[in-house]
Structures are given as C-alpha cells and as structure tokens.
Design a protein around this ligand. Structure first.
Ligand code: NAD
Length: 489
C-alpha cells in the first residue's frame, strides 16, 4: 500500500487514544516536503486531548505493568514483524513526509525494527537484585518497577527511530506512553506506528498519539498523569521542558542539539576521513543531531582534506528523493530552517571564510556546502547549523585540536581520524561528549549502545538496552518476613 492509498487509513484526520478520535485541536495537513503536495490529514491535540489521553494511559498502565513478561514480549515481537513486513510503506512515508533520501529511510526502518527486538529481549531480563537482608528469614529485594506513564516528545527529523527508541523499551518495561510527535511529521512520528501496535494486539490506552506543536507539548509536560518526560529536540526547548519538569518534580530525559567535531589528525586516512566528513555533514541535509558540525583538520593535510571533501560534495545530486534513486540531498524541512542556516553561512562568509563549493540553492533545496578557513569566532563554528554545510577549521597540534573540539557548549558526539589507535583512544578520553568514535562517522547509532549527550546536548539521559532500564524503570526496595516482629512499643 503506497502513501496515496493511506486515504483509507483509520488515522486520517485523527489522534489516537483508546481508539481513533476526532481531536479538539482540529486537524493539520500532512505535506510532502519536496513538492508541497498534500499527502494526508492528521489530528492535532489541544490540551484537553492530552488530558484525556494521559488519563486513559494512567488508568490502563497498572494492568499492563502486571501483564506477564511473555505477553508483553509477544505483543512487541508481533509489532516488530509488522514493521518489518510493512517496511516499504514506512520508507515511502519517511521519504515523502520528512524529505529523507531512500537509503537513509531504509536504514531508519531497519534499526527501528532492531530497537523493538532489543525491547522484546528486555521483557525476559532479570529486573532486580537480591539484597543482604541483615536478618535470617527476612527477604530483601531491590526491584525495578515501571515509571508509570511516559510522555514522549519527538522532532520531525527522524520520527520513526526517535519515537521507537523511547516507546518500545518503555512499553516493554510495563509503562504506558503518550507520544507527541511534531505536527510536521505526525504520520511517521506516531499515527502509522499506532495502527501497527493496535494490529499487534497492544491493549487500548498503552500507546497513545497526540500530534501537535508547542502548546500540545507544554500540556503534556505539565499533565499530572504524566510521570516522566522523554524529550528529543532543540536545546532551547529542552531547557523549557526541563524547567517545568523540575518544578513538578517529574523525571525528565533530555536529548538535545549537537555541534559535533570530526578531528582529522596528520596521520589520517584522508579518503575515509573525507568520506565520513561528507556523510556526517550532508546525510539528511545535515539535519541530524549527530551530524558533523565542525571539521577540525591538521594543517599538514588540510588542503588535501578540503579538496577531497569538496569533490565529494560536488558529486552529490540534489532533488526530490521520491522522484529518483540517484538523489543524495533532499529538501530542507521548511523555509524557517533554511533561512536559519543560510544566515549562519552568510555571517560566516562575511567574517572571512572561503566558500569551496555550494552556498546556493533553489526553493527548499540547498547545495552541499564546504566552507574553508573557518575560525572559532565564526557563526558556523559556534552554532548548530542543521543544514548541509561542512565548516573546516585548521589546527597545528593535538592539544589545539582537543581545545577546539571542547569550544562548544554541546557535547553529543565526536569522531577522531588517525592511524594510531593508541593516540585516538588518548584523545577520545579527553572528549567531553556522550559518544566518541575513532575512524568512523559521527552518525552512529546502535540499539544496544548507550546513546546520549553531555553539556547542552542533554541532561545525561540515555537510550540503549542498558540505559533503558535506568530511564524507564525506578527502584523499589521490598522486604518480606515470614512473621511480623514485635517492637518495644
Ligand atoms: P524543537 O525543540 O523545536 O521541537 C522538538 C519537539 O518539541 C517537537 O515535537 C515540538 O513540537 C516540541 N515543542 C516545541 N516547543 C515545545 C514546548 N514549549 N514544550 C514542549 N514541546 C515543545 O526541535 P526541532 O527543530 O523540531 O528538532 C531539531 C533539534 O532536535 C535539533 O537541535 C537537533 O539536534 C535535536 N535532536 C536531538 C537528538 C538527540 O538524540 N540528541 C535527535 C534528533 C534531533
């Protein structure tokens, strides 16, 4: 079934809690980003819709938390199978609703299936510890219990994986979820996935989808039935979400922006480094939190690197990713985002940077751009660009490279290119980033690895099997005696 046949889908014009509902907040047109064509309608949540969805979720969560691990695993296993079987349909939606190129969308669906299968595995893992009891006949255990209702807020840039990485483990561990995808991507951000979870047999009220913007998001964060917020988005909005959650003493996990450095040392393999650099800055038009935002290159290889990166940029075709398989660079999500990074490019060039290639475009399509001679005081070095732009900054020794990498409030990820692994590991230990990769791209994600940032990239929350236990459960100490004691009172 293609996107055009989705007109028959039960979610058309609706939100989802318990069933497909007409939202108090009305509807929004779902647009194809490359063409502006209307693909569908989706419901938009008013605060009253959030309140109703959260109340339903809170009323159903305890029973789900008590459901056997076999049953929770079986539902999610069926969901993974449906997602896999429907991959082509989801890929088409991703390409057209977000502007992702097909290989990236294919990868996103594949790793999303992997996330769900990791979540299935969690259902049968041990969920506690046997503690020393201090008293014979007394059993003392620490057990992990669900947090309750998790409110999920996701951005438009990779809606399937960013949703699934939070709701699959949350549901596996006995929580209910109210998802608020961005209103620019309500279908891949939740409605399509809700249809599949319904088909997989998830009980009503455990997964709910209420698309919307800031007003809907604020209602979710402050709703009394929401016990935890898992937020992925910009640092600016993350700070607001964190403030409200702090005031209400809610658990909050913040996965925020990045301005990630790729360090190319003098002994680097330039062919691979420039390929990682191009992939890192241009994949999905540079609109990924772990895109390469700064290329820090040793002076001895700087020209060679800049030339290789420029050649790679010039070989990439820009256009509608649904119209042809030879397209590497699709549309920017919207005019505001485009204007935002064009302004960064303009200010950087005015300040003295050199355009190696690009810095031009038409409509929402922008040529992959390489800016050379960028210094740390320039906008393209200091700010998260979120567009297909690769700024190159030259350094003269290892200490300067480490210092330059640290000159950002963000701390999501970093890459180091060197043929000397010992040197790479030594530098890696000095990165104040949640993730670091030696001889690889900054764009790295794996269901079983702890994903998350430091500094302005997040509050230390993480995704990935081990981390998911920390995020989506809380400890409960439980003791039991055969017979109650008699105290002095
Ligand atoms: P954004 O912060 O504008 O929006 C993110 C989500 O928050 C959307 O669903 C939006 O509707 C909602 N929102 C907006 N205002 C809100 C408010 N006041 N209260 C509650 N919710 C609100 O971000 P964006 O522009 O859509 O996404 C791009 C940003 O996301 C970039 O900074 C990128 O680096 C970041 N991101 C981070 C990760 C990560 O894992 N660290 C992954 C992807 C994207």
């Amino acid at each position: 079934m293609g996107v055009n046949a989705s007109i028959e889908a039960p979610w058309q014009g609706k939100i989802y809690y318990g069933d497909w509902i007409d939202a108090d907040g009305g509807t929004v047109e779902v647009l194809e980003k490359a063409t502006g064509e209307k693909l569908a309608m989706a419901g938009v949540g008013a605060p009253s819709d959030i309140a109703a969805a959260a109340e339903l979720a809170a009323s159903r969560q305890p029973a789900w938390g008590d459901t056997s691990f076999e049953e929770r695993g079986a539902v999610l296993r069926r969901f993974a199978d449906i997602l896999e079987a429907e991959a082509e349909h989801v890929i088409e939606w991703l390409v057209r609703e977000t502007g992702e190129i097909r290989p990236r969308a294919t990868h996103e669906v594949r790793i999303s299936v992997g996330e769900v299968r990791e979540a299935v595995a969690m259902t049968s893992q041990p969920y506690g510890e046997l503690l020393p009891s201090g008293d014979p006949g007394r059993l003392s255990i620490a057990q992990r219990v669900p947090v309750g209702v998790v409110g999920g807020i996701t951005p438009w840039n990779a809606p399937v994986i960013l949703g699934i990485r939070l709701f699959a483990p949350a549901i596996a561990l006995g929580n209910a979820v109210v998802m608020k995808p961005d209103e620019q991507t309500p279908v891949t951000g939740g409605l399509l996935l809700a249809e599949m979870l319904q088909e997989a047999g998830l009980p009503e009220g455990i997964f709910n989808v209420v698309p919307g913007g800031a007003v809907t998001g604020e209602a979710l964060v402050s709703d009394p039935n929401i016990n935890m917020i898992s937020f992925t988005g910009s640092t600016e909005v993350g700070r607001k979400v964190g403030r409200t959650a702090g005031e209400l003493l809610k658990r909050v996990s913040l996965e925020l922006g990045g301005n990630n450095a790729l360090i190319v040392l003098d002994d680097a393999d330039i062919e691979s480094a420039s390929s990682s650099g191009a992939w890192g800055s241009f994949l999905h038009q540079g609109q990924l939190c772990f895109s390469t935002g700064r290329h820090l290159v040793h002076q001895d290889v700087a020209d060679q690197y800049a030339e290789a990166l420029t050649t790679r940029a010039e070989n990439l075709n820009v256009g509608d990713p649904w119209a042809g398989d030879d397209i590497s660079i699709g549309p920017i999500i919207n005019q505001t985002q485009l204007d935002h990074f064009v302004d960064i490019v303009d200010r950087t060039v005015s300040a003295g940077a050199e355009v190696r290639t690009g810095a031009s475009g038409e409509g929402l399509f922008y040529q992959p751009t390489v800016l050379d001679k960028v210094t740390p005081d320039m906008a393209a070095f200091e700010e998260e660009i979120f567009g297909p732009v690769a700024p190159i900054t030259v350094f003269s020794d290892e200490d300067e490279a480490i210092d330059l990498a640290a000159r950002s409030e963000y701390g999501l990820t970093a890459s180091i290119y060197t043929r000397d692994i010992g040197r790479g590991l030594r530098i890696a230990r000095q990165m104040r980033t949640g993730m670091v990769h030696i001889n690889d791209t900054t764009i790295n994600d794996q269901a079983a690895a702890p994903f998350g940032g430091m500094g302005a990239s997040g509050n230390g929350g993480r995704f990935g099997t081990l981390a998911n236990w920390e995020e989506f459960t809380q400890w409960q100490w439980c003791t039991t005696r055969e017979r109650g004691p008699i105290f002095q009172f």
